[in-house]
Structure formats: structure tokens, C-alpha cells
Design a protein around this ligand. Structure first.
Ligand SMILES: [Mg+2]
Length: 275
């Protein structure tokens, strides 16, 4: 069984809601139940290392970074004396990506998007070959701007995947533009097929816009309580329309678990009888 989770404000308690100090229990239960742990995040490798230090989270078996544009996996042990398997870039995934996103051209798109004044490029280390990341400085015309982005990409005949999410700490809207064929879910599907598992054998935990695809694809899905209402409604509606309401669990806070962040994940795993 795979337990895949978003990091910020899902596994990591970096929001305004109260943290119930359940991370140690989570890792203990992952190990005890021999679950395959996957992180699926917008963070890059460097920001993941920072999160590890600050929140004392353990290494996963797979790390899907930068919204699905990079994948790390645990390398096989090289010798008896090597204690831990190290996470290394998956070359297989890099090849797969290259093939899947043949039409992608970040430079071309970046140039075209310059005419949208409300888009401000994020820091250099937030960009990569397969991802353009922006801050949306003015959200009053948000839907118009998103349409404009899509139109400009269309004019370049580049199919894009547009992810808009809200950073409640920086209080800013984030826009990620990736090849249409690449999401956190694409990478997770790649792992799932590699392990010959069904969708029912994957649990995905998330809280925001870039988790919606994974929360509605047919995995067992957990939304933590601190997710925004609009996300809860949207994910619930899609799952209902697809006749998959049973696959979704929205944490409410039960007993000693308050439903926020990792407590919400634990509540969901209990609901699905995985722990
Ligand atoms: Mg998140």
C-alpha cells in the first residue's frame, strides 16, 4: 500500500491551525504497517531538506518534488554496511518526462507571459526545465488572467497544466505552469504502475489546489481539516459526480486528534482501516 501525502499544511503543520504533535506517531505507524511513503510537493530538494530539519520528518520511499517535475527514489542498498537507502534522482522518470513533454518550451512561454502585468516570476530556484512558477500580484481579475495564460499557450500550441494555489502564510496566490502531461499525480501514477498496485491501494492526502487531481483520480483520498472550504466542496463534488464519494474522507477532528495536518491524515487512515 502507498501512502502519498502533500507536505505544506498537509503533513507539515505550517499553517495557522493548531498542531497536535502527531508526526512521531505517524512515522511509527508507517513503519509498523510497512507502508510505502511518498511525498508529493511543490517544494524543491533544498526546501525539502529545510522542512526535514524544522519539522523532523523522515525520508520517504519516493519524493515527488516541484509539483511532479522531479522524482527521487530510494536507491538499492549497495552493500551490507550501508545502513540507509539514499534518495536519488530517478533517471527513469527523467526519461519518461522528456518523452511525455516533447512539445514543452518554457522559454517561449515565459516570453509570451511577459505581457501579463499581474504575473511576477517566483525566485530562480522555484523554476526548472518543466515548470514556470509565478506569483499573482493582483487577484481581482484572476479568472481573466488564467484564461489569458491558456490562450497565449494555445497560440504557441503548447498544452499546459495550470495550477493555481493559495499560500496562506505569504498571503499570495501561486501559479504553476507545467506541461499538460505532468502533475504530482502523473509521477504518483508512474510509481503505482511500477509497483503493480491498483488505485485502491493508494492513499493520497492533501489540502489545496494542486492536490485536486490526486484527490479525485480514484485513490483513497484524505482532505485535512485545515483545507479551504472551496477545496473541500470542489473535491467532494467531483468525487460525487464520479460516484466515488466513498473514496473521500474529509477530516473533522476525532477524539484526541484535532483533524489538522498530520492528525487529519491519521484520522483518515483510521477511517480507511489502514492503521
Ligand atoms: Mg499543501
Amino acid at each position: 500500500m502507498i501512502i502519498a501525502t502533500d507536505l505544506d499544511r498537509t503533513l507539515l503543520p505550517n499553517g495557522y491551525e493548531e498542531y497536535g504533535h502527531n508526526l512521531p506517531l505517524f512515522f511509527q505507524l508507517i513503519r509498523k504497517n510497512k507502508l510505502t511513503l511518498v511525498y508529493a510537493t511543490g517544494r524543491n530538494w533544498k526546501l525539502f531538506q529545510e522542512a526535514k530539519k524544522i519539522f523532523k520528518i523522515e525520508d520517504p520511499d519516493y519524493f515527488i518534488g516541484e509539483v511532479g517535475t522531479v522524482l527521487y527514489e530510494k536507491s538499492p542498498k549497495k552493500s551490507f554496511f550501508q545502513l540507509k537507502n539514499k534518495l536519488v534522482i530517478s533517471q527513469e522518470w527523467q526519461k519518461y518526462l522528456k518523452n511525455k513533454a516533447k512539445n514543452w518550451n518554457a522559454e517561449k512561454l515565459k516570453k509570451r507571459f511577459q505581457i501579463i502585468k499581474e504575473l511576477k516570476l517566483q525566485e530562480k530556484d522555484k523554476q526548472n526545465t518543466y515548470k514556470l512558477s509565478y506569483y499573482l500580484s493582483d487577484t481581482t481579475n484572476q479568472s481573466k488572467i488564467l484564461t489569458k495564460i491558456k490562450t497565449l499557450a494555445q497560440e504557441e500550441t503548447i498544452k499546459i497544466n495550470l495550477i493555481s494555489s493559495w499560500d496562506p502564510l505569504k498571503k499570495v496566490r501561486l501559479i504553476d505552469i507545467l506541461p499538460a502531461t505532468v502533475t504530482k499525480t502523473t509521477a504518483l501514477e508512474f510509481i503505482r504502475r511500477k509497483k503493480h498496485l491498483s488505485k485502491e491501494e493508494v492513499v493520497y492526502c492533501g489540502d489545496s489546489g494542486n492536490d485536486i487531481a490526486a484527490l479525485t483520480i480514484g485513490y483513497k483520498s484524505i482532505l485535512v481539516k485545515n483545507a479551504r472550504e472551496e477545496i473541500k466542496k470542489k473535491v467532494l463534488k467531483i468525487n460525487q459526480d464520479l460516484g466515488r464519494s466513498k473514496n473521500l474522507y474529509i477530516a473533522k477532528g476525532v477524539g484526541k486528534w484535532n483533524g489538522y495536518y498530520v492528525a487529519g491524515i491519521l484520522e483518515g487512515l483510521k477511517h480507511f482501516k489502514i492503521i
